[in-house]
Each structure stands twice: as structure tokens, then as C-alpha cells.
Design a binder for this molecule. Structure first.
Ligand code: ADP
Ligand code: MG
Length: 208
């Protein structure tokens, strides 16, 4: 994955967020406070406006800038969590001019670990972790099997889509949705859904 594909990933994600703003907000209306799409759109609109000025920066700097922008603009639980994801992702690829498959694995793994540290959620708590964690496991398998980045990401998106749907029967144990107790069951988690969009956007950047 080269630098222009990283920029394309972020552009694609901003576009997906804009396209799914209402959908993400509806999901959050069911089990939260109806702002996930609005929060994410505010942040990624700002990110998208910065991308052209980031084109000559290195990958780590690009990701770090995204992190800072998200922390300062998104708000809610998801702002610091996505901010932490991109901050750790940035640190995972310091000095890299392009990302080998192992580098992308490290980016995703350290991003996941940052979100876990920051939010203290565990697998099955009905959060973005429920998509990120199986994705990192699957990506690790692909690396072990010497798959290309493209093939690894194609599998990741299939895993992520299923993992997103698997949040529907879960009982929320973290974030606002946890206040609902049993009533959180039967609804897809908004953060798990935006995380799926992030991974789908990454695949689209590799395919472009
Ligand atoms: P808020 O809940 O503050 O309104 P958002 O609506 O933007 O923030 O984001 C909600 C999403 O954040 C949830 O759907 C969930 O995926 C994610 N989330 C909330 N708390 C945590 C946590 N502790 N760890 C990981 N993800 C979390
Ligand atoms: Mg919310």
C-alpha cells in the first residue's frame, strides 16, 4: 500500500461516512443519542479538506494529522476512540514510505490495541472492537499464509461485514447503548458499522 492509496483510503472513508450519515445516525438513534453519523461526518469532512495539503507528507504524519483532527472535531465516544486508532496506526508505521502486508497488519493491530486501552471494551460488548478484533485475527492468518495485501483485505471486508451483523444480538456493555440493558439487543452497533465502512474504504483504495 503506497502513500497515495493511504490518502485514497481516507478520502473513500470520508465519502462513505457522508453517504451513510443518516444510516449511522439512525442506528445510533435506536441504542444511543442519534449523533454517530453527525459526529463522524463533521470529523471526516475536515479530514477530507486537509488531504490535498497532506499529499507530500509521510504516511505516519498523514495518519497522525487525521488523529488530531478527529480528536478535536468528532466529539462523543467515537472521537477519542477513532482518534486513538489513527494515533496508534500512525506510530505503527513510522518511517515507512509504503506499507507491506505485515505493516498494514501492525497498523490495524496497534490501532485495535489503542481502542481497547482507551475504551476498556472487550470482545462481545457490542462496540467497534467486535469488528476490529476478528479483522486483526483474520489478517494475521493471511500474513501467515503469505497472502497479498489485496487478498488479505478482501477477506477482511467479508469478515468485517459478518462481524458488524453479529453485533445485532449482542447486549451492549460499554458506551451509551449499555444504559439500555436488554433493550440494546436486536440492533446493529453504530460504531461497528462505521468501522466496517473504514475497512471497506481501505479495500477500495487498494483496488483503485
Ligand atoms: P456517543 O456514544 O458518545 O454518542 P458516538 O455515537 O459517536 O458517541 O459513538 C458510539 C459508538 O462508539 C458505539 O456504537 C460503539 O461502537 C463505540 N463505543 C462506545 N463506547 C466504546 C468503548 N468503550 N470502546 C469501544 N467502542 C465504544
Ligand atoms: Mg451517539
Amino acid at each position: 500500500m503506497n502513500k497515495s492509496q493511504v490518502i485514497q483510503w481516507l478520502q473513500n472513508f470520508a465519502t462513505e461516512i457522508e453517504r451513510n450519515k443518516e444510516y449511522l445516525t439512525e442506528l445510533d438513534a435506536a441504542i444511543g443519542d442519534a449523533d454517530h453519523g453527525i459526529n463522524m461526518e463533521r470529523g471526516f469532512k475536515k479530514v477530507a479538506s486537509q488531504l490535498s495539503s497532506l499529499a507530500d507528507k509521510d504516511i505516519s504524519t498523514i495518519l497522525k494529522t487525521v488523529s488530531m483532527t478527529l480528536i478535536s472535531t468528532v466529539g462523543g465516544a467515537s472521537g477519542p476512540l477513532y482518534g486513538t486508532f489513527f494515533l496508534r496506526a500512525s506510530a505503527a508505521v513510522t518511517g515507512k514510505e509504503k506499507l507491506a502486508t505485515e505493516d498494514l497488519l501492525k497498523l490495524l493491530r496497534l490501532g485495535l490495541e489503542g481502542v481497547i486501552q482507551r475504551g476498556k471494551a472487550q470482545l462481545g460488548d457490542k462496540t467497534m472492537i467486535d469488528v476490529l478484533s476478528p479483522v486483526v485475527d483474520n489478517f494475521q492468518k493471511s500474513v501467515d499464509n503469505n497472502q497479498t495485501t489485496l487478498v488479505a483485505m478482501q477477506q477482511v471486508v467479508i469478515v468485517a461485514e459478518q462481524a458488524m451483523k453479529d453485533t445485532i444480538p449482542m447486549l451492549a456493555k460499554k458506551g451509551r447503548a449499555s444504559y439500555l440493558g436488554d433493550r440494546s439487543i436486536g440492533h446493529q452497533d453504530p460504531g461497528a458499522t462505521s468501522t466496517y465502512l473504514m475497512l471497506k474504504s481501505l479495500l477500495a483504495a487498494l483496488e483503485s
